[in-house]
Design a protein around this ligand. Structure first.
Ligand code: NAD
Length: 376
């Protein structure tokens, strides 16, 4: 397979972890006989320095020409947010990309590795039941895109945010979630607030109609307040969760803390043509940038998601995931996941990648690739 990937490392630890993910992509290409042409582009503060813009036209054009985007992270130190280089950096770059490419769903896996159970903030007996879930968040509807109004009436200030959903927006997200559930453990939980909100009533109605097309997937509805509790009380019950934009925003951040480090999480944003942007959900980690100690796993797993969801390369993606897990099993730990146990080997960014590459080299080459698609 021959594909072009737009590579946007960004700021802070972005370039450090991106060069490690690129090594893994190169190794996969070599091992499985593919050609990935990587075209680099700037975004965030690094782009501002050169172009005076957080998302220059050149970057947009490179992303448009690519078959997928591998994104690092953008943003400056929290204390320098008001400087022009950093002000609104995230909004101007990532949110503009999301809008430009009409990304309809966001996928956020949250998995507690058996080797890292002690890092999870949950009690050991809850973690031992196994936590491996995927949140599918609708991305283009809800209160984020309705009319926002702030005014004064009867002598006091008031504000409104219009929340709107169309049937087709719900269908796209729910179909995508069912497709994911089919490829995982076959269970889907649709989360809403149908006891109060009209948008949620429509969500539930449409989700149940779509469910009839997937009799092989176990389906349930859950109210968002209950889901928030269940994510902490017993997250092992979940396989795939699908929900609206705002609920997904909040629930996916709650689920992101379960594994114990932002350095372990990946994410994907997909549009109807299966074009996607893949990025670690964490930020540019300016507190550790330039030290070579950041965990590259989040960026490497984002590359694995890219192969799976945009290129349909399931076997290659699984080989990367397995190599990451094998490296953790061997005891390799970057600083933020190192707990000082005797069997652990504390390593830097490059050494963690070297362990992953060694394990990738051992993986067998199989050809059972099938595409996961977001329906049109
Ligand atoms: P952050 O996510 O960058 O860091 C939070 C904590 O997690 C830090 O202690 C950091 O060291 C740690 N961390 C994150 N990724 C890590 C990794 N791969 N390995 C080891 N440790 C890791 O959040 P922040 O410090 O609040 O934000 C820093 C900048 O990033 C800000 O400018 C913020 O606006 C921006 N940001 C960008 C994105 C994005 O690009 N999508 C997302 C969130 C924040």
């Amino acid at each position: 397979m021959k594909k072009t990937i737009a590579v946007v490392p960004g700021d802070g630890i972005g370039p450090e972890v991106m060069q490690e993910a690129v090594k893994v992509l190169d190794a996969v290409a070599e091992k499985f006989g593919h050609q990935f042409d990587l075209v680099y582009a700037l975004a965030g503060g690094s782009a501002y320095e050169k172009y005076g813009s957080h998302l220059p036209e050149e970057t947009l054009s490179i992303c448009e020409k690519g078959d997928a985007i591998l994104f690092g992270s953008v943003g400056g130190p929290v204390s320098e947010m008001q400087l022009p280089k950093w002000k609104d950096c995230e909004r101007n770059s990532i949110l503009t990309l999301r809008k430009h490419f009409s990304f309809a769903v966001n996928l956020r896996p949250s998995r507690v590795y058996p080797q890292l159970q002690s890092l999870s903030p949950l009690k050991p007996e809850l973690v031992a039941k196994g936590i491996d879930l995927l949140i599918v968040r609708e991305l283009v509807g809800d209160a984020y895109f309705g009319v926002h109004k702030k005014d004064v009436a009867d002598g006091e200030r008031y504000a409104t945010d219009e929340a709107k959903y169309t049937e087709s927006q719900v269908k796209v997200a729910v179909h995508a979630a069912f497709e994911c559930a089919r490829k995982r453990r076959g269970k889907l939980t649709s989360v809403d607030k149908a006891n109060v909100l009209t948008t949620s009533k429509l969500w539930r109605e449409v989700a149940e109609e779509v469910a009839a097309e997937y009799p092989d997937v176990e389906y349930e509805n859950m109210l968002v307040d209950n889901c928030a509790m269940q994510l902490i009380r017993d997250p092992s019950q979940f396989d795939v969760i699908v929900t609206s934009n705002m609920f997904g925003d909040i629930l996916s951040d709650a689920a992101a803390v379960l594994p114990g480090s932002l350095g372990l999480a990946a994410s994907a944003s997909l549009n109807k043509d299966n074009f996607g942007l893949y990025e670690p959900p964490g930020g540019s980690a300016q507190d550790i940038a330039g030290q070579g100690v950041a965990n590259p796993i989040a960026q490497i797993l984002s590359a694995a998601m890219l192969l799976k969801y945009s290129f349909g390369l399931e076997a290659e993606s699984k080989a990367i995931e397995d190599a990451v897990e094998a490296s953790l099993e061997e005891g390799y730990r970057t600083g933020e996941i190192y707990s000082g146990e005797a069997f652990e080997k504390r390593v830097n960014t490059k050494q963690m990648t070297e362990a992953i590459l060694r394990n990738l080299e051992k993986a067998s080459v199989s050809v059972c690739n099938e595409k996961v698609s977001v329906p049109k």
